[in-house]
Design a protein around this ligand. Structure first.
Ligand SMILES: NC(=O)c1ccc[n+]([C@@H]2O[C@H](COP(=O)([O-])OP(=O)(O)OC[C@H]3O[C@@H](n4cnc5c(N)ncnc54)[C@H](O)[C@@H]3O)[C@@H](O)[C@H]2O)c1
Length: 310
């Protein structure tokens, strides 16, 4: 059993990861600034060690790495939408912050860093068939550019400082505890609008296609890759299926029993129109494939949305 620190362990993905690591018998340290309390980790808070700190404070980071075997770096200070108009903030906080983390981790002889890259954005616009890990990334927004730069720094630190790593390029994870008031994650955002009796707002004509993966599947894939002891460093983690926004609305109508009529808003074409990940490497090498159908995952997310007090 290992001792792992999760940077951003109080977030959407980090909190599910913490639960899954505990279930597997590992010791878990959660590093986060906990600005919004500990609601996401309420069910496990007494089973983990909490380290309150700021990712951009070297002292806090150094302290969080004491005595741990591996680091899950699941903090991002931006998302594709918020990074757009402030690339300097994105670079200073995400990129520089991560390079500092890697330097400290290398000094402390940490075994491995696990990094969630963005399969949904680093490849750029891919109108063709599902896209594999061997396709050259063409990141086209600051968030994605930083993600790809971090990927390259992980290779650099491995080669020159013997810090091992794993990159999981997630498509579009969704599910319980994904913030419905954020600017990322259309599934909880739409479901919350529906719950509030509002019409979901779609940017564009609803034809944009994404690869949605239920959060517990994404976490299961991540841990199975780690447990396989593969020497491979980069895996796409997605469902391998494309779904348009209009199709999502139709599934949501079915799940919620509501007759949903979205509002279509002019789209500045800031984002890619289609991205579906090729997950054959994950299937062949790890023997993993998703088990949660989109309708079932949306149904679980809907149940959760209805437990939230606004
Ligand atoms: N959600 C997605 O669709 C998606 C897709 C691909 C990759 N990722 C990546 O996965 C990681 C986790 O994403 P998420 O959706 O769980 O995000 P999230 O916003 O839910 O969680 C991030 C956590 O980081 C913490 N945090 C942010 N800035 C901090 C700071 N300066 N110091 C300390 N803590 C800080 C927040 O409090 C939060 O708990 C991110 O790196 C993100 O880029 C997310």
């Amino acid at each position: 059993m290992g001792k792992y620190v999760i940077f951003g362990g109080n977030g959407f993905i980090g909190s599910h990861l913490a639960e899954a690591l505990l279930q597997r018998g590992h010791e878990v340290v959660i590093f986060d600034h906990f600005r919004h309390g500990t609601r996401n980790i309420a069910s496990i808070v007494s089973d983990v060690t909490l380290k309150k700190g700021d990712f951009n404070n070297e002292h806090d980071v150094n302290d969080a790495l004491k005595g741990v075997d591996a680091v899950f770096h699941f903090i991002s200070t931006t998302n594709p939408a918020t990074s757009f108009n402030d690339p300097i903030f994105d670079t200073k906080t995400n990129l520089v912050g991560t390079i500092k983390l890697l330097q400290i981790a290398a000094q402390r002889d940490i075994e491995r860093i696990i990094f969630p890259s963005s399969g949904g954005t680093i490849y750029g616009d891919t109108l063709g068939s599902p896209i594999s890990e061997t396709t050259a990334p063409k990141p086209s927004n600051p968030y994605a550019i930083s993600k790809y730069a971090v990927e390259r720094y992980l290779h650099f630190f491995h080669e020159h400082h013997h810090l091992d790593f794993l990159i999981v390029r997630y498509s579009n994870p969704y599910g319980e505890r994904q913030n419905p008031n954020a600017r990322q994650g259309v599934i909880p955002i739409f479901l919350n609008q529906i719950k509030q009796g509002k019409r979901p707002v779609i940017f564009g004509d609803g034809s944009a296609v994404r690869d949605y993966i239920y959060i517990r599947d994404a976490i299961d894939a991540t841990l199975q890759i780690l447990e396989s002891n593969t020497e491979e460093k980069v895996y796409n983690v997605g469902s391998g299926q494309g779904t348009s926004l209009n199709e999502l609305i139709s599934i949501m109508s079915q799940v919620t029993g509501e007759n949903i009529s979205p509002v279509y808003v002019y789209d500045e074409k800031k984002y890619v129109s289609k991205i579906v990940l090729d997950i054959s490497k994950l299937k062949k090498e790890i023997g993993w494939q998703p088990t949660t159908e989109l309708t079932s995952g949306i149904s679980r997310t809907w149940k959760w949305i209805n437990t939230i007090i606004d």
